[in-house]
Design a protein around this ligand. Structure first.
Ligand SMILES: CC(C)(COP(=O)(O)OP(=O)(O)OC[C@H]1O[C@@H](n2cnc3c(N)ncnc32)[C@H](O)[C@@H]1OP(=O)(O)O)[C@@H](O)C(=O)NCCC(=O)NCCS
Length: 158
């Protein structure tokens, strides 16, 4: 059985080691414990976890401010990728964003991350620009993608 759970200061100690393990297996410059703790403390930040049979297998972190939602981090356990979990997490960001009055969703992605780009395109995000040398450790540019949330009912029912 699967469920989406909001990660808060109260339940973070239960989930933190699973989150850090997935993070380390997902990114060249993974967030550390302090990075996640700061997000938990930040009022505009939202962290949600996807549990399968009570075990955390993925998470998403996003900010909501100024009528926008901005994806900060999303990752799925390597053994659970390609099974729809990333899509469910992204839908949660969109759902919470809409419920809190956001009108546009934004994200940055590495040009080389074809899997993530495909996920975002499937959800209706479009490329709208790029940030030169955004990823410091590899000097890679970031593609900026956005999704007007007024389009979401059409996207989800397509
Ligand atoms: C990106 C990531 C979160 C996607 O999660 P996931 O659970 O594997 O994705 P899903 O199973 O929900 O797939 C949704 C869509 O993503 C795309 N996708 C998923 N796996 C793919 C693959 N191996 N090749 C190409 N596209 C793929 C497809 O468009 C897919 O839709 P489809 O199943 O209808 O073809 C996951 O691969 C991950 O954790 N990667 C490492 C961390 C990362 O790169 N995060 C994003 C930073 S911007």
């Amino acid at each position: 059985m699967s469920s989406l759970v909001e990660v808060t200061g109260e339940n973070f100690p239960i989930f933190q080691w699973d989150i850090l393990e997935i993070e380390r297996n997902s990114f060249p410059s993974p967030w550390d414990l302090n990075s996640f703790s700061s997000e938990i403390d930040r009022s505009i930040s939202h962290l949600w976890a996807l549990l399968i049979d009570e075990v955390l297998e993925g998470y998403i972190c996003f900010w909501i401010f100024a009528n926008e939602t901005h994806l900060m981090n999303v990752a799925v356990h390597p053994e659970w990728r390609g099974k729809g979990l990333g899509e469910r997490l992204l839908c949660k960001m969109i759902e919470v964003g809409i419920s809190e009055g956001a009108e546009t969703a934004w994200l940055e992605v590495r040009p080389s991350n074809l899997v993530a780009r495909s996920l975002y395109e499937k959800a209706g995000f479009k490329e709208v620009g790029f940030r030169p040398r955004y990823y410091k450790e590899t000097n890679e540019d970031a593609i900026i993608m956005s999704l007007p949330l007024s389009l979401v009912p059409k996207v989800l029912s397509a």
